[in-house]
Design a protein around this ligand. Structure first.
Ligand SMILES: [Zn+2]
Length: 127
């Protein structure tokens, strides 16, 4: 995941976390996704729905689930933006990597605490 995030710099990289759900969700596979926001690729991301659909199908065939999503903040702190909160779904974990000058500076994980208005709460990174 770190390598994929650093490779996307100076643009935002994004992708999908696949694994086993439960009290302590375990990420088994980290997948890349295409950032469709080429116009504002440095500070916005919109994951290609085809990438998400494919990840869901392949996860299901292996008895796994899509647990959440990761994206990077190039030269910005690893804290969710208002945009991130507005575009988040309640059932997923959101991992944010801060990439400073091309190298990983910080990694955080978030879940939506409430949906309207959307409020993120930080959650510990399991593994
Ligand atoms: Zn963000």
């Amino acid at each position: 995941m770190v390598a994929m995030g650093e490779a996307a710099y100076p643009n935002e990289g994004c992708g999908i976390l696949v694994g086993t759900p439960g009290a302590v969700p375990t990420v088994i596979e980290v997948r890349p996704a295409t950032n469709l926001r080429q116009d504002r690729a440095r500070d916005r991301y919109v994951m290609d729905p085809k990438d998400i659909l494919l990840a869901e199908r392949e996860a299901e065939s292996r008895g796994l689930e899509v647990l959440g999503f990761w994206h990077t903040h190039p030269d910005h702190p690893a804290r969710p933006s208002q945009y991130d909160a507005d575009h988040a779904w309640a059932e997923y974990i959101y991992v944010i990597m801060s990439i400073e000058s091309g190298s990983l500076a910080d990694t955080t994980a978030w879940v939506l605490e409430s949906e309207s208005p959307p409020v993120f709460a930080e959650t510990p990174l399991g593994n």
